[in-house]
Ligand binder design. Structure first.
Ligand SMILES: [Zn+2]
Length: 414
């Protein structure tokens, strides 16, 4: 039996066709998807997923946050092995972000059904509500409430731009379930996802064995200067916040690059006040994002920022204020789950590398209450959150085979 199971493969064509059928719901003329959380399109996508799961005899449960669980029974009374991701998309999203993780899970269930494989532990596929955070902020709120990061009231109260709430919209589309949104014991959890970055494609590798998720720190850095006329004021008499900003950026970019290839620095937004071409600004506010996979690395970047800010203040005569906006510590995934993925990749013979995720995922919250790891597959040009998002059928198939074998490893065969 063990031997047969090792030779078990998912059906790549069926997986691809399933992805393409789902992509028609909310499909955009440019070839992407607009299936935002709890819209009519999201309901249609959920309904289709539920129908597919019921066709192979799965039991469906929906919790109070609208997270959907499709369970294939095990032979023993054990905590389930779960997998899943999200079906909601960005307004100009692609066909694969999140959807792949859900439908790869469905393909695993279909493969087990087709070959009549009985696992010891039950196997479940989860659809998490509002991962993207596009319609309702914050992102990953379905898994967040479930894992205890947010209260149910907070989750239900989140409103979109029109004031419609998650609780109201769940009821409207028929996905306000009665099961408590809280974790039960779980044997292991896996999430397959497109990489959303360029590394696997660049290195011509098929599978990313994901060991964790980068830590993130957000800052608002405010540079205070003295506003003055762009003409009459000599350069040496100015306290110019933009000079301070550019000096800090130059120094910090240098340090980040020199520190580690895993470090990230992004200046995503800049705001000058009063914002007039012929006046030195009174202040400039920089939205800064620093990332590193290790806690010590992120701490190093944090310290560097504060040290360099002092240097810049001295050099420019400005004052610089650093305000912490958000801190999401690095996540290390579970060793046993990583090992199960690693073993599967090796036995299947796919090229692979270990990597950390640069983006947040439902697995971050799930990892707080259950053993978790992720499987990445390449996407063209690293492009995601974009209608042109694309992935190769062969890679999606490979990732799904890894998911199948890793889940069987943890679930056991009856
Ligand atoms: Zn995603």
């Amino acid at each position: 039996m063990e031997n047969t199971v090792e030779k078990l493969r998912i059906d790549g064509t069926r997986l691809w066709n399933t992805l393409m059928e789902m992509a028609e719901i909310g499909g955009t003329p440019a070839g992407g998807c607009n299936r935002q959380a709890l819209t009519d399109e999201d309901k249609q996508g959920r309904d289709l997923f539920v129908r597919w799961c019921q066709e192979i005899g799965c039991e469906i449960r929906v919790d109070r946050m609208g997270n959907v669980f499709a369970r294939r029974a095990g032979s023993e009374d054990l905590p389930p092995v779960i997998t899943g991701s999200h079906l909601d998309t960005q307004p100009t999203g692609g066909k694969f972000d999140g959807v792949y993780g859900v439908l790869a899970g469905l393909e695993v269930l279909r493969t087990l059904d087709q070959h009549q494989i009985q696992t010891k532990a039950p196997v479940e596929v989860v659809v998490w509500t509002n991962e993207e955070g596009a319609r309702f902020s914050p992102a990953m709120i379905g898994s967040g409430v479930w894992a205890g990061e947010f209260s149910l009231d907070y989750g239900h109260g989140r409103a979109d731009k029109e004031g419609k709430t998650i609780g109201g919209e769940l009821a409207r589309i028929g996905y306000l379930g009665d099961e408590p949104a809280e974790p039960k014991p779980i044997t292991a959890a896996f999430e397959a996802h497109i990489e959303q970055g360029p590394i696997l494609e660049k290195q011509e590798q098929v599978i990313g064995v994901v060991t964790g998720v980068q830590g993130i720190r957000w800052y608002d850095v405010t540079f205070h200067g003295t506003p003055c006329h762009a003409g009459p004021t000599p350069m040496e008499d100015r306290r110019d916040p933009v000079q301070a900003l550019s000096l800090l950026c130059q120094k910090l970019y240098g340090e980040v690059k020199a520190f580690s290839e895993d470090a990230r620095m992004t200046c995503g937004d800049l705001r000058a006040e009063p914002g007039s071409r012929n006046t030195v600004p009174e202040k400039v506010v920089l939205a800064l994002d620093l990332r590193h996979p290790q806690p010590e690395g992120l701490e190093h970047l944090h310290q560097s920022l504060h040290r360099l800010v002092k240097e810049v203040e001295e050099a420019t005569g400005t004052t610089v204020e650093v305000r912490d906006e958000w801190h999401s510590p690095p996540v290390a995934f579970n060793e046993d789950c990583i090992a199960a993925v690693d073993k599967a990749v090796k036995s299947l013979g796919y090229s692979h590398r270990k990597m950390v995720s640069g983006a947040g995922h439902d697995s971050v919250y799930v990892s707080r209450v259950a053993p978790v790891s992720m499987i990445f597959v390449p996407c063209a040009g690293g492009l995601s959150h974009n209608e042109a998002e694309s992935a190769e059928a062969e890679h999606l198939e490979a990732g799904c085979n890894v998911l199948l074998q890793a889940m069987l490893d943890r679930a056991g065969i009856a």
